[in-house]
Design a protein around this ligand. Structure first.
Ligand SMILES: NC(=O)c1ccc[n+]([C@@H]2O[C@H](COP(=O)([O-])OP(=O)(O)OC[C@H]3O[C@@H](n4cnc5c(N)ncnc54)[C@H](OP(=O)(O)O)[C@@H]3O)[C@@H](O)[C@H]2O)c1
Length: 290
């Protein structure tokens, strides 16, 4: 499938013509508390990004809403000129207010502004992959995505975006997007305890479209389950490692973007995602979210 060889667990996946390591990195945790403002430890945040590249990770997930603009600027400041295999995925469709809320911003002008803002803050001429973020903070919401998605498809035709995806989307919205323009990924909330996208993941796998779970470790509320702790204890591993290894085993089209502000956690996660899980472990873990 790809020319990129990696020793990272899970191997690689092709997002259209972009090959990425299935073990990626989500940059949201690099902003300040509540994903607002600069990180408390600026040098520490830059060290995490350098570690991402040193580990051979070629997929970073970000958004100019993180901070806002904080994580994009950190990425550009630390990693430009970008190494050739590295691909940066961003998302548009939400902005930030003074209270730290995430109001939607999906009018055509909002989206054009956001794409140009991402280009500027990341220091790029074209964005590798842009996800249209739908729904709201409570999750996906029904409704047509035609107008905003057609706007992104126009920006793609203008050469500002290489590939498109959708995020926080319902199954109907995924189908509607695919009727407008090809998508290479869906980024929705999914982890061991939140399995509502099981059928969508299997459908996308058959179609060769990536599924990128956000909150793979539970996000702001770390995953907690006696079954998870039980399996981790039996294997002598960290529960986070088990949760990531399970996701890689769940389906070949799943790409990981676990977030962390710690280089040590990043290394632990990159190693832990390769934990071998036996049939008994998988059966026990499978029951958590059902
Ligand atoms: N499309 C969307 O709407 C959307 C929404 C949310 C997030 N995202 C994306 O998804 C990515 C992942 O989500 P996320 O970062 O919110 O949540 P997550 O990956 O589920 O969990 C991150 C949390 O886990 C902790 N953690 C990570 N590794 C650990 C370890 N080995 N041991 C102990 N704790 C560990 C982190 O703390 P430390 O910093 O202390 O390691 C952080 O608090 C984000 O970075 C962002 O790029 C997208």
């Amino acid at each position: 499938m790809s020319a990129l060889s990696t020793s990272l667990p899970g191997g690689t996946w092709a997002l259209g013509d972009l090959t990425v390591t299935r073990f990626g990195y989500g940059a949201m945790q690099l902003a300040g508390p509540g994903v607002m403002g600069p990180p408390a430890d600026h040098d520490g945040a830059r060290a995490v990004l350098r570690e991402v590249v040193d580990l051979g990770i070629t997929h970073i997930d970000t958004s100019d809403a993180y901070g806002p603009r904080v994580t994009n600027r950190l990425i550009a400041e630390t990693l430009r000129p970008y190494p050739e295999p590295l691909h940066i995925v961003t998302k548009v469709g939400a902005t930030r207010d003074r209270q730290g809320g995430w109001p939607t911003a999906r009018q055509p002008d909002d989206l054009r502004r956001a794409v140009h803002e991402n280009l500027r803050t990341l220091g790029l001429d074209a964005l590798d992959l842009v996800n249209l973020r739908l729904g709201d903070a409570t999750g996906p919401q029904p409704g047509s995505l035609a107008e905003p998605f057609e706007t992104l498809a126009e920006l793609q035709q203008q050469g500002l975006i290489r590939h498109l995806g959708v995020s926080n989307a319902t199954g109907d919205q995924v189908a509607e997007a695919r009727a407008i323009a090809p998508i290479v990924c869906v980024q929705n909330m999914y982890n061991l305890a939140h399995r509502h996208d099981d059928a969508l993941i299997d459908m996308l796998a058959r179609e060769g479209v990536a599924y990128v779970p956000f909150f793979p470790l539970g996000g702001f509320s770390p995953l907690q389950s006696s079954a998870l702790t039980g399996v981790a204890t039996r294997l002598g591993a960290a529960p986070m490692s088990v949760a990531l290894a399970w996701l890689l085993r769940r389906s070949p089209n799943i790409l990981l973007i676990p977030g962390t502000s710690s280089a040590a956690h990043l290394r632990e996660n990159a190693a832990g995602a390769g934990l071998p899980l036996g049939d008994e472990d998988l059966a026990e873990l499978d029951r958590i979210g059902r």
